[in-house]
Design a binder for this molecule. Structure first.
Ligand code: ACO
Length: 434
């Protein structure tokens, strides 16, 4: 426990006629906690909290969320202000270093990202080894872990090496992502360019080819940049907790980042925006306006849900959704730009927001409701959506890895369990078994 947490009067817990005094603490934004770290050694009791929904696994100064009020801040800055005024590279610097950079710091960071974007030439052979149609997330997780073999890390990390590793990961995840897409469609790889900034460089690697230049659209570049900012961190979510857990064993950071990518891959985490688009495509193909789909989502006998609605933490609105909705409106209100799926999404939202089922359960559009539409407008194929999420989340994962590494002590993550299996029984020879 650090001295950043203020102490409150202790909580008294009575168990088996004995009383235990448990320290209670208060965080910077008034979040209260009971410290149970000594409870087991004192009482032989553990606490049970499946999915850790009521457990703070660490102290962190990176991101603050208040789900009831729809607040999300990185290092104290509201997400709305960062999305409006900042750019992804600047936000990455903020998450990693705790402060916004001055002009010189931003230039150095950005230049270093550019100069670290190329991956070792021998890694290109790996891309040829993946079967046609491999999921880009599988390629990404493998290739990021394999960076550990091309860029070995010394046992003792000095500040400069640590900084370079962080830069490599943020820059090279983008190169690997674009290469994995090119591989999946059977086109030659397009190298990164020192002339292009982070998002432009990525889009150019994705969509240009030796026979075709890619025309970068400023509004698309801005929308993708904003998507990355909004996904850059979200405190102790599943993938970030995986990063902290893997990192707590002092594993190689490239392998740690790969653990984050693997956790993100699941449809309950990074995969939801893809499902929103699939839902909208289905409604479009059926020729309806979504009313029937909404009725199905409300039906207790059906397992279908309105994808992109509801959130485990945000119970009034998802601040990231508010920002992305505006960006979506801007993109699709442009002359000549249209997408029937966006029209269906608008209609669905309109119906659901007036429907008592959704109102009474506090189900509002989440970030995934709009993010898929933005990626679709940029021409990103649906199986790359989670990859884009991983590019955005990389600075957050690394900020958490760093925070853990430089904390007062690195405690290996090792939760307890409550055993519910067989009691002691004796080994039987195979002939005697039923
Ligand atoms: N459509 C229809 N009904 C829903 C939906 C939905 N999208 N979400 C929740 N409900 C209903 C449930 O059926 C339940 O109803 P009941 O009280 O009558 O039984 C009630 O609302 C509460 O549902 P829970 O699953 O307990 O809510 P929880 O907060 O745990 O779930 C979750 C959050 C998983 C995001 C859920 O809302 C959902 O499945 N949404 C659709 C998937 C989605 O969009 N995921 C992306 C999340 S954002 C992100 O990961 C970046």
């Amino acid at each position: 426990m650090t001295d950043k947490l203020k102490q409150l009067p202790p909580a008294i817990l009575t168990l088996d006629d004995k009383s235990y005094s448990l320290p209670t603490l208060i965080g910077a934004e008034g979040e209260k906690a009971i410290d149970i770290s000594k409870l087991r050694s004192q009482s032989h009791y553990v606490t049970l909290d499946e999915g850790y929904g009521n457990t703070a696994s660490c102290e962190s100064a990176i991101t603050y969320i208040d789900g009831e009020k729809g607040i999300l801040r990185y290092r104290g800055y509201p997400i709305e202000e960062l999305a409006e005024h900042s750019r992804f590279v600047e936000v990455a610097y903020l998450l990693l270093n705790g402060e916004l950079p001055n002009s010189q710091q931003l230039l150095e960071f950005s230049t270093n990202l550019n100069e670290s974007s190329i991956i070792h030439e021998d890694m290109h052979h790996f891309f040829n080894g993946f079967p046609r149609g491999s999921h880009p997330m599988g390629i990404l997780a493998t290739m990021v872990a394999s960076l550990s073999t091309f860029y070995p890390i010394p046992d003792r990390l000095d500040t400069a090496t640590e900084q370079q590793i962080v830069i490599n990961l943020i820059s090279q995840v983008r190169t690997i992502a674009a290469f994995s897409y090119k591989k999946s469609i059977g086109e030659p790889l397009v190298y990164p360019s020192y002339k292009l900034k982070y998002v432009r460089n990525f889009l150019n690697m994705m969509f240009s080819s030796p026979v075709r230049d890619y025309q970068l659209d400023d509004d698309i570049v801005r929308a993708i940049d904003m998507f990355l900012i909004l996904h850059a961190d979200h405190e102790q979510n599943c993938s970030t907790s995986s990063v902290r857990t893997a990192g707590s064993s002092m594993a190689n950071v490239y392998a740690v980042a790969s653990a984050g990518i693997s956790a993100l891959w699941g449809p309950r985490h990074g995969g939801a925006n893809q499902q929103v688009i699939q839902m909208l495509e289905q409604i479009h193909a059926d020729g309806g306006d979504g009313t029937e789909f909404i009725n199905q989502a409300k039906d207790k006998n059906s397992s279908s849900r309105l994808m992109g609605f509801g959130h485990r933490v945000y119970k009034n609105f998802d601040p990231r959704a508010t920002v992305l909705k505006k960006q979506c409106d801007k993109l699709f209100d442009k002359a000549g730009v249209s997408d029937p799926l966006f029209d269906i999404a608008r209609k669905l939202e309109e119906i659901a927001l007036k429907d008592d089922y959704f109102i009474s359960r506090k189900l509002y559009p989440n970030v995934d409701f709009y993010s898929g539409l933005i990626l679709r407008a940029a021409g990103i194929p649906t199986n790359m959506y989670t990859v884009l999420f991983a590019i955005g989340r990389m600075p957050g994962w690394l900020a958490h890895w760093r925070e853990m590494l430089h904390g007062e002590q690195v405690i290996i993550t090792r939760p307890r369990q409550i055993y519910v299996g067989e009691p002691l029984r004796r080994y039987q020879d195979i002939e005697q078994r039923p």
